[in-house]
Ligand binder design. Sequence first.
Ligand code: H79
Length: 463
Amino acid sequence: MKMIRLSIVALLLTAFAARAADTASPDPYANETKEQRDARMAWWREARFGMFIHWGVYAVPAGTYNGKQIPGIGEWIMNRGKIPKSEYRTYADKFTAAKYDPEKWVALAKAAGMKYIVITSKHHDGFTLFPSAATNWGVGLSPYKNDLLKPLAEACRKNGIKLGFYYSQAQDWNNGGAGNSWDPTNKRSMDEYIDQVAVPQVKEILSNYGEFPAVIWWDTPHDMNPERAAKLIALLKMKPGIIHNNRLGGGFKGDTDTPEQHIPATGIKDRDWETCMTMNGTWGYKSYDDNWKSTKTLIQNLADIASKGGNYLLNVGPTAEGEFPQPIIERLTQIGKWMDVNGDSIHGSSASAFTKLAWGRCTKKITADGGTLFLHVFDWPADGKLVVPGLKSKVTGAKLLAGGAKLDVEQGAGDVTVKVPAAAPDANDSVIALDYTGTLDVNNPPPDPEPAKAAKAPAKKKK
Ligand code: H79
């Protein structure tokens, strides 16, 4: 009897496998279970904070072409300045990387509490930071000559930081991909470009870096279609477990949503997501962009994003010599000081239990019997009482992460009140860890009514 049952199961399994093969999707994750997906995404969800690096020959003009400051994001200078290919290519001579010290980059990321790095292996200008057999337009033309990604991968591996590669799969202004309408020499059909450049290069970046890349970060679905995208997504099977974003195009949703330069008001339901953001106004280095966000803004953005269940991918644009601009080093260092004290409220945390908190944000960690709420207090109460509205779970203790002082807690019928010292321990974000037992029980007010939609919503900006 048992044997018969077993063979029926075996038969069903075989039939199922055969069917799955019949309907083979090019997406290696098409038939993934929730458990498999959770396991694959685990490190990324735990990380919450990463470093984006935009590095390429655009750092040579650094925002200025023919004596004119070109407006907009620096890595777009070839496009915005309508720079001919022949002229743009001379920038490679000055892309020296003479002070490139990947150990230092990784140390700065790690000290800031970042758990992963995503670097532009190739941006829209088509210049590769790696030697490619598919094109000669890359680091081989620069004085550095060698693969710039290899030593970074090695430094990441040594330091337990994950490394991902950004790859502009559709736009390529030098190798005949989409996007270059100003230079007639950029000719190649889109399909030829995909077959001759994008596919071989993605194979290269998936093959040559040991355990990495842990992430492939597609950018701009410009002119992609299901057929073109299928050729690229199929390559991911070369790197089991790799995470990729939603910007491939061709109808593939990827693993992560990628709000650019903004934080979604209430997070993104049922999706992993990552806000990517610049520290000033540009991704690629521009010598005169001094529009730096304050450390306070950056820390509060990180807390805000974590409180909504997302990741923060914060960008750095190194110079052509390979150095981080000083304002970036200062901010990373200050964020690191905050993370040394408060990192436990970010790493491995999940979204807030509260729809709204007048004084700041909340992240949480749930354990087998209870958990911890991390209260990120942006606006410190003047009367020494921090009210946690609607918290009904039994609170067992509270302490400041800065210094560890225990705080008295009053558990009322509807709210919990934490007695706090007169002065905020941290000018940027003071975190209180509030432990509770049992299940998390919060009586949230109904969310604000949706603002009435304008009759005609303005057309969304194209990504
Ligand atoms: O890599 C960064 C950007 O270069 C890239 N995504 C991030 C992570 C990106 N590619 N396209 N976009 C962002 C949308 C770009 C829009 C603009 Fe423009 C580029 C606005 C200003 C410059 C192109 C030129 C569209 C309007 C003018």
